[in-house]
Design a protein around this ligand. Structure first.
Ligand code: NI
Length: 395
């Protein structure tokens, strides 16, 4: 698969770390921690970094851990980031090292990301003499709730950083492959909460009531059609109302209804236009049905947009390391990632690393599925690629 290239020694060195990375990842997998609760994970990361000769800072933006490798010569600073948190999902993978914590699972592979970044820290520590500049390692907490990156940035982790790189495993892409994309890779994530107030009453006497259930229904339908009429069909937007709560019984018109949903877009301009649109539509539709609406609109994460020059750098490095045949174009997705917040501050690139089976990866269980699993051969490759991306930039 891999050709003899300048990166072969780094790939070989990564391969030598495989057993250790697998052990570390399985330990995290058995002991997953939810967002903002990653204290044990962070302690293990810090301990491993100290063993490698680093002096990690802990408690950075929640349970984040930051370490820095200062090269032998001065130069730029490259940040590499991994996330560490698990999800409130009951594991059904059947793996012998399944979660020991009921209802908590590393179903997005952040255990693997953490192990890979530690691997990169180990590989780069061996290359210190060749490095002109610094590599900053960011082990971030609370990605799943879109909080960790914001908190870390507030703590100044990007101060002095010239570029940032990160990856996410992808079980529907075969291990050994990488997917990259110029421009937007992942969607923005916003949250809406609409509270409707009508006038409760007897279910048989609607004329004496103001029914918020009918208004809520009209808002659900109105948001779908109005959004599709106001935005170019070439600009994807998803409006999903995931929760609609009203009433308790069959013969009472309730006083209130509430809708909670998410809005995903693929362009910063469209994201910026959504608050006004949703607030107007919900407010005016509610008014038409004589209800009052209050709309709470939260912009959680921006569209994830990689910088062209940094994508080109990743493409070059990946193709030199594993061959052009193993790099594919990534399809866009409206799933979100708070790595996008770093990319708002400094140029960088986020890419997908295949973690699926060699055959039939497209049928593998996806991210956040209770049967999610990964091919662990992606661990040394991810570690080597992260190291190569930084090293290649600091020579
Ligand atoms: Ni994830």
């Amino acid at each position: 698969m891999s050709q003899a290239t300048a990166f072969q020694p780094l790939l070989d060195a990564g391969k030598k770390l495989e057993d250790e990375l697998v052990r570390f990842r399985r330990d995290l997998h058995e002991n997953p921690e939810l967002s903002m609760e990653e204290s044990e994970t962070a302690a293990k990361v810090a301990e491993r970094l100290r063993a490698l000769g680093y002096e990690p800072k802990t408690g950075v933006g929640g349970h984040g851990v930051v370490a820095e490798l200062v090269g032998a010569k001065p130069g730029r600073t490259i940040a590499l980031r991994a996330d560490m948190d698990a999800l409130p999902i009951a594991e059904e993978s059947g793996e012998p090292f399944s979660s020991k914590r009921p209802g908590v699972m590393h179903a997005c592979g952040h255990d693997a990301h953490t192990a890979m970044l530690l691997g990169a820290a180990a590989l780069l520590a061996q290359q210190r003499e060749r490095i002109a500049g610094s590599v900053r390692f960011l082990f971030q907490s609370a990605e799943e709730i879109n909080r960790g990156a914001r908190l870390m940035i507030e703590q100044g982790v990007l101060d002095g950083v010239d570029e940032i790189y990160g990856l996410h495993n992808l079980p529907t892409l075969a291990a050994g492959k990488v997917a990259t994309r110029y421009g937007s890779l992942m969607g923005s994530v916003d949250r809406i909460e609409i509270s409707l107030t009508g006038k409760g009453g007897h279910g048989a006497i609607p004329d004496q009531s103001i029914d918020p259930v009918v208004a809520a229904s009209a808002i659900v339908m109105g948001l779908q059609s109005a959004v599709s009429r106001e935005i170019s069909p070439f600009d994807p937007v998803v409006v999903t109302i995931g929760s609609l709560q009203a009433g308790d019984t069959y013969n009472v018109i309730p006083h209130r209804a509430s809708l909670v949903g998410t809005i995903r877009t693929f362009s910063p301009a469209v994201q910026a236009s959504m608050k006004e649109r949703v607030t107007r539509l919900a407010g005016k539709i509610a008014e038409a049905y004589r209800c009052t609406a209050s709309v709470d609109y939260t912009e959680m994460t921006p569209v994830l947009v990689s910088a062209d020059e940094c994508v080109a750098h990743v493409v070059r490095t990946v193709e030199q390391a594993i061959g052009a045949d193993n790099r594919v174009e990534a399809a866009p997705t409206l799933a979100g990632e708070d790595f996008s917040l770093y990319l708002q501050q400094v140029p960088g690139c986020f890419f997908w690393l295949g973690s699926g089976p060699r055959e039939g990866a497209e049928r593998a269980y996806g991210l956040h599925h209770p049967k999610f699993r990964i091919e662990e051969t992606c661990l040394p490759l991810g570690a080597s690629l992260l190291a190569a991306i930084a090293l290649n930039r600091l020579q």
